[in-house]
Design a protein around this ligand. Structure first.
Ligand code: CMP
Length: 131
């Protein structure tokens, strides 16, 4: 078993997709080992996404991620990082394969419904950030 961190972002929460996304996750064989809903502070959003602090979209990202609640989950499955990234689809919902979470629930490259860790090393860092 491996772990990854998954977020249901403010856009998907605001649109009421939390339960559908949780169901997609469980239907695809993940165990939700821990979960909580938080309204992220600016400090939490900046800290969580500090790897992107020099990117042109950083301010927009922090503003979006602090706009309302985020649902935070520790997922368990064999190859959890790649399995969750495959289920989410491409970062930009316009490029995500049909049937993926971002294709179904995302709006644009900023408001893209969900987040997932990109490596086992970052999964450990991101899980420890919130749990
Ligand atoms: P996520 O997988 O959470 O990781 C970083 C986030 O930054 C990404 O999803 C998007 O929400 C956001 N992002 C990435 N690229 C862009 C971009 N070009 N413009 C705006 N937001 C972006």
């Amino acid at each position: 078993m491996n772990n990854t961190l998954a977020l249901i972002k403010p856009d998907a929460m605001q649109k009421g997709f939390k339960d559908e996304i949780r169901k997609d996750i469980m239907d695809n064989g993940f165990i939700i080992a821990e979960e909580k809903t938080l309204h992220l502070s600016v400090e939490q959003a900046e800290g969580f996404y500090s790897i992107h602090k020099d990117k042109p979209f950083f301010e927009e990202l922090v503003e979006f991620m602090t706009s309302s609640e985020t649902h935070i989950m520790k997922l368990e499955k064999a190859n959890a990082v790649s399995e969750w990234r495959n289920l989410m689809g491409a970062t930009n919902p316009a490029e995500a394969d049909a049937g993926t979470i971002r294709a179904k629930y995302g709006t644009d490259i900023s408001m893209n419904a969900t987040h997932g860790s990109d490596s086992n090393e970052n999964a450990e860092i991101e899980i420890n950030f919130f749990f």
